[in-house]
Design a protein around this ligand. Sequence first.
Ligand SMILES: [Zn+2]
Ligand SMILES: [Zn+2]
Length: 113
Amino acid sequence: MSPDCPRCGRALTALSVTYRRNRWGGAPPSPRPEQWWRCTGCGWLGYRRGADRPLRPMRRLEGEEGTCPFCGEEDSNVAGEPWETETGELRDWLVCLTCGTSNPRCLTPPGGG
Ligand SMILES: [Zn+2]
Ligand SMILES: [Zn+2]
């Protein structure tokens, strides 16, 4: 069963996001642990960590930010909602939909601002 789009209520379409980098020993690509969904109606994109977990929205990044630094694919990075760490840094989570690489990103440089 597909969940409904949190924005427009249509049934979401499953999106396959697969690890394609650093497959040592010729291992085949494997899917990321999250379930990824997109809405063909309004363009909503997001994921959930399981069928009983809430959907989390992701936003597409454009331009330089949207280009994956690992595989070089354009318009393939998406970012989650920023959160503040214990030290007051603002971070968000970047995922490449092409090669499946994710990494946390620091939005406020330490010591700055
Ligand atoms: Zn929608
Ligand atoms: Zn990539």
